[in-house]
Design a protein around this ligand. Structure first.
Ligand code: NAP
Ligand code: F7E
Length: 337
């Protein structure tokens, strides 16, 4: 019998890659989907299986991280071997506009899930999607021993979730682990995160559909990796004999300006002719620099991300150009990278 996994946030960037990976490994994957008035399954449409299909490997369930009772019921019914908690209000800028909602879903949502596991009495392993945003103002390089100093409601909510996960491990002996992942991107990245905003705009400017791109702080330093490689690390974290927390990162810094220049150059454009500043995209408190020291994950898990930020910029621009060409020619666009 193959293993069973439950993924919260299965419709997100990481959830979609993780579902693919686990299905390839023979898992039956259950995905938690929140109700929406429009379809929100675009990233997993290519692996979707109809309920009538015999022996299907991907099963979707309507629930929400704000609904603790639904989580208990789901866990009791499914009894998964592994739970990946990827669901979150994950946008840092938006978390300043919706701090309570972010605290509820990104912070308390994790506690609800941990309690649901405890209340349902099942024996399962849980992965918590912790974030480099927890380090915030603490200068790089950041590793598992670096003190947290979050700079946004999102960062604060993730710190709460991190410590709740550690607490359930210590208090109840639960196999609960934190992956402290630095920024990771892909052609499936949400359109309002900086990398995708840049590569999508590059494709549209190249096609003559827009001329300007308004942006915030170009001096911020990030450590950008490739999402499909990072979801492999999530799985590896749950296969260890002993539960523990790990940083996952490339260790290679770049500014937003570096990424912008690389992406626009790959699209045959000069970014200085198109980019304008709009303070609307600045944050009330910024995280200036995140650069990870992932030596523990490299030594103990064998995680060594290969794709660096420049290659990532190029592959994301290429994907956005191809998607736009397909859209303009009326072909159905499939996000399969
Ligand atoms: P994402 O693309 O924004 O996906 C977030 C997922 O959470 C989506 O499936 C979303 O559903 C779901 N969600 C939102 N609110 C929910 C709720 N109330 N109940 C249940 N599900 C809800 O994020 P991602 O980039 O894949 O990141 C995955 C996780 O890793 C997140 O927890 C994020 O905070 C964390 N993380 C991300 C990065 C990164 O660089 N990508 C780095 C460190 C940590 P809809 O599709 O319906 O919106
Ligand atoms: O911003 C600057 C912005 O929104 C990166 C999430 O996945 O990674 C992500 O959080 C940087 C910031 O990602 C614009 O000020 C400039 O310094 O792409 P981002 P993030 O805030 O780093 C962490 C690890 C997570 O856990 C989060 O879930 O880019 N920036 N101009 C801009 N950012 C945006 N979004 N838009 C701009 O126009």
């Amino acid at each position: 019998m193959g293993k069973t996994a439950l993924i919260t946030g299965v419709t997100g960037q990481d959830g979609s890659y993780l579902a693919e990976l686990l299905m390839e490994k023979g898992y039956t994957v259950h995905g938690l989907v929140r109700r929406s008035s429009t379809f929100n399954t675009e990233r997993i449409d290519h692996i979707y299986q109809d309920p009538q299909e015999p022996g299907r490997k991907l099963v979707l369930h309507h629930a929400d991280l704000s609904d603790g009772v639904a989580l208990v019921n789901l866990l009791r019914e499914l009894r998964p071997d592994e739970v990946y908690n990827l669901g979150a209000q994950s946008h840092v800028r938006v978390s300043f506009d919706a701090p309570m909602y972010t605290a509820d879903v990104t912070g308390l949502g994790t506690l609800r899930l941990l309690e649901a596991i405890r209340a349902s009495g099942i024996d399962t392993r849980i992965y918590q999607a912790s974030s480099s945003e927890m380090f915030g103002a603490t200068p790089p390089p950041q590793n598992e021993k670096t003190p947290f100093h979050p700079r946004s409601p999102y960062g604060c909510a993730k710190v709460y979730s991190y410590w709740s996960t550690v607490n359930y491990r210590e208090a109840y002996g639960m196999f609960a682990v934190n992956g402290i992942l630095f920024n990771h991107e892909s052609p499936r990245r949400g359109e309002t995160f900086v990398t995708r905003k840049i590569t999508r705009a590059g494709a549209r400017i190249r096609a003559g559909l827009q001329d300007r791109l308004y942006m915030g702080n170009l001096d911020a330093v990030r450590d950008w990796g490739y999402a499909p490689e990072y979801v492999e690390s999530m799985w590896r974290l749950l296969q260890r004999d002993v539960p523990d927390d790990y940083v996952v990162a490339t260790g290679v810094p770049a500014t937003v300006r570096d990424f912008l220049q690389a992406a626009f150059t790959a699209g045959g454009l000069d970014w200085t002719e198109h980019v304008l500043f709009d303070p609307k995209y600045e944050r009330p408190s910024e995280v200036d620099a995140l650069v990870g020291d992932a030596s523990k994950a490299r030594d103990l898990l064998g995680c060594e991300p290969a794709v660096r930020w420049r290659e990532l910029a190029e592959l994301m621009v290429e994907a956005d150009i191809a998607a736009l060409d397909a859209e303009l020619s009326g072909a159905r666009v499939r996000i399969d990278r």
